[in-house]
Ligand binder design. Sequence first.
Ligand code: NAG
Ligand code: NAG
Ligand code: NAG
Ligand code: NAG
Ligand code: NAG
Ligand code: NAG
Ligand code: NAG
Length: 481
Amino acid sequence: MLLKSCCIYSTGVFSILVLISGIVLALSNVFPHFLQSVVEKEVVLKNGTEAFEAWENPPAPIYMQFYFFNLTNPLEVLDGDRPAVVEIGPYTYREYRPMEQVDFHDNGTKVASVNTKTYIFQRNMSRGPESELIRTVNIPAMTVMEQFKDNLIMANLISSYMKGTGEGLFTTHTVGELLWGYEDGLLKALKTLKPDLDDVFGLFYKNNASNDGEYVFFTGQQNYKDFARVDTWNSESTLSWWTSDECNMINGTNGASFHPVITKNETLYMFSSDLCRSLYALYEEDVTVKGIPGYRFSPPSEVFANKTLNPANAGFCVPADNCLGSGVLNVSPCKQGAPIIMSSPHFYQADEKYVQDVFGMKPQKEQHQTTIDIHPLTGIILQAAKRLQVNVFVEQIPTFSQTGNARTVILPVVYLNESVVIDDTSARKLQKIIVEQNVVVNIPFMLIGLGIILGGVFMFLMCRQKVPGSTEAERQPLISS
Ligand SMILES: *[C@@H]1O[C@H](CO)[C@@H](O)[C@H](O)[C@H]1NC(C)=O
Ligand SMILES: *[C@@H]1O[C@H](CO)[C@@H](O)[C@H](O)[C@H]1NC(C)=O
Ligand SMILES: *[C@@H]1O[C@H](CO)[C@@H](O)[C@H](O)[C@H]1NC(C)=O
Ligand SMILES: *[C@@H]1O[C@H](CO)[C@@H](O)[C@H](O)[C@H]1NC(C)=O
Ligand SMILES: *[C@@H]1O[C@H](CO)[C@@H](O)[C@H](O)[C@H]1NC(C)=O
Ligand SMILES: *[C@@H]1O[C@H](CO)[C@@H](O)[C@H](O)[C@H]1NC(C)=O
Ligand SMILES: *[C@@H]1O[C@H](CO)[C@@H](O)[C@H](O)[C@H]1NC(C)=O
């Protein structure tokens, strides 16, 4: 009898202890913090870690898609009409981008490498072959005309040369030529005067099977927040194209990896050499990719806002004080002086006037915004799409009759969509981690549950102990009587 009640009371005490420890563990967030610190230590660029392997050779297939804008009314544009374009695409390339010449230094806190990108055309994911023709602005000619517009002798010489060959403001080339390069007559002629000039022009000329320079990244060994953060690019820790120190900063990663343990209030910085600047993305919404929950981050409109709306952007006005409107970026200083203007596709998030200036623009958030979907605990990218439009600044130049009466306009040439979705093998691995994470995070709640069950058992036993006692007392008189 004594042994039995001792057992019952220890069950009671034990249930309370379990309940309390469960509640304490749940309130103190010990298990989530423990998990985070494990991940923070594991996600480091170090030979042998999974994070390093994924960084060195991204397992998920990356696709680069190009959508060109075919100009339909060149003669009317020369007469001062609004340009009209038709979007033509996609032309899809599989992109391979391994990190090469990987070299750890500074005790494994930094790693140097180049990111070699190779593009293989995917006919079955494209609208047509690379030999399809696109009519667009003659970028080499526009560049040369802008360069020599104030040099009357040269301008006359070039203008009469162009008349001789029939070259004008617009030109028709194949998709392959426009992207990967073609020999340009005007550049070839100029080369006789300036032998170091390259007579081949292409928007992605020399970008295939090559890299954009040497990066040094932090490995995240000292601080998980520094995982894959760019320290220097081409041995420089800042850029020099822009007119303020803030705008010349190289911030964040290269956009292909992010640190683990990401919170919703975080600002994710990244540097894009295509865009010639750093930018950032903010949390937008929760998403699910292949059954995995993640956070969607995207650049807010302030990133590309004009200097009135975002004074920090004043440094992107080049030459100094020569400001364009919101949503467009003059990158000519970083494109050898070519009058190239970057924007989001269809001038998404840009000043309405740019959309109105070109017939055929139709900005849509879903198709045209840049997004990064991240698994917050590990920082693994579930899905991402980088979207950029290449435009040319076109204006009438009095010294060149080739520009006719053209109105000043930012004319879209092509937009690109570089996208990735997590591969099935990595997704399965991540699913497993999530299951384990759920088990670990729920241990306190399991303890609380166990405490409640034990408490129930305790009460049941207490009641049963009393009930037989009373029945015995009731029975006794019955027997004696
Ligand atoms: C990583 O380790 C493997 C095998 O130990 C070695 O072959 C490889 O060169 C190392 N990579 C780097 C970047 O050090
Ligand atoms: C890029 O280079 C690779 C190998 O050097 C080649 O197979 C591929 O066709 C090239 N892609 C383009 C678009 O020229
Ligand atoms: C396209 O062709 C490639 C082989 O060239 C193949 O690997 C890929 O699965 C195909 N994609 C589609 C969508 O059919
Ligand atoms: C683009 O426009 C030109 C000129 O009108 C035309 O020859 C060409 O076929 C068009 N390209 C495509 C892919 O439709
Ligand atoms: C770089 O980051 C700093 C804050 O760390 C910020 O003030 C600056 O505007 C950023 N520059 C760019 C170009 O994003
Ligand atoms: C972001 O939120 C976390 C809690 O979710 C908080 O600890 C952290 O201080 C916040 N960071 C900033 C920059 O507000
Ligand atoms: C910046 O954009 C806002 C809103 O579109 C506009 O009101 C303002 O005039 C613009 N400022 C400049 C300098 O263009």
